[in-house]
Design a protein around this ligand. Structure first.
Ligand SMILES: Nc1ncnc2c1ncn2[C@@H]1O[C@H](COP(=O)(O)OP(=O)(O)OP(=O)(O)O)[C@@H](O)[C@H]1O
Length: 231
């Protein structure tokens, strides 16, 4: 079983600590917090993409190497991550067989390979971005609010697709969002973050059914319409 134990992650900028957290990813973890809580900085630090003026202290234990080959990243806005002048088939870096395999997993027709991104819908583009990420045999999939730029129908589609991928592929998931409701089907664990510090963490079921902190209750009440977990 894959795991990542983030025993210490401290990010400082200009003498100020922006993030100071520790948590594990042993299956699928949601990192949830309001704007400015430190979610993106956490993802960027795992991808080694923080600006050089930020100082980082990382103590991470994992049973695989964390690098470009093993980490896939799905950004908030899929429209900016594809090259608009390049046909979809040339945006993959894998064999044709692998392309066919991942397109099937994402319920995308092979005909999209000969199209340009501008010829696809928002939902199709996000699925292509996910297909490209998983075509690299990654071990960790980072998702940064992947449904923000999508309409309600495509949002639900993407959530179902990620849930399905999680069941089929043996990969870890770290899903960043401010919307608890969007991850309740996908993520086994939740980490609640505020001002760079963890407020509460635990299993999704426990956090949703009996949140301990007021901040968590506020997040749940602002987004959580489905009462399944409370009964
Ligand atoms: N380049 C930077 N220089 C200085 N401070 C920064 C920089 N980037 C982010 N910060 C600060 O770090 C804190 C965490 O920012 P971060 O972008 O990680 O928040 P977030 O939780 O991802 O927010 P959002 O949901 O709006 O994307 C914020 O206070 C932000 O102002």
């Amino acid at each position: 079983m894959l795991y990542i134990k983030i025993n210490k992650l401290i990010i400082d900028a200009n003498e100020k600590t922006l993030v100071n957290i520790s948590f594990d990813i042993t299956d699928s973890t949601a990192l949830i917090g309001e704007s400015g809580s430190g979610k993106s900085l956490t993802l960027k630090s795992l991808l080694n993409l923080l600006p050089s003026f930020m100082k980082t202290e990382k103590v991470i234990d994992s049973n695989f190497k964390l690098n470009y080959d093993t980490i896939g990243f799905i950004p908030q806005n899929p429209f900016t991550s594809l090259s608009s002048m390049t046909k979809i088939k040339n945006q993959f870096f894998c064999s044709d067989e692998k392309k066919e395999e991942v397109l099937k997993l994402l319920a995308l027709d092979e005909s999209i390979l000969n199209k340009f991104p501008t010829q696809l819908s928002g939902g199709q583009i996000q699925r292509v971005v996910i297909a490209i990420a998983i075509s690299r045999n990654i071990k960790l999939l980072l998702l940064d609010e992947p449904t923000t730029a999508l309409d309600e129908e495509n949002k639900n589609n993407i959530i179902n697709i990620i849930n399905d991928l999680k069941k089929r592929l043996n990969i870890l998931i770290l899903f960043v969002t401010h919307d608890i409701n969007s991850i309740k089907e996908i993520c086994k664990d939740i980490v609640i973050i505020k001002d760079g510090i963890i407020i509460e963490k635990g299993s999704t079921k426990d956090i949703l059914s009996s949140p301990k902190e007021d901040y968590t209750k506020k997040l749940i009440n602002s987004t959580f319409k489905n009462k399944d977990f409370r009964n």
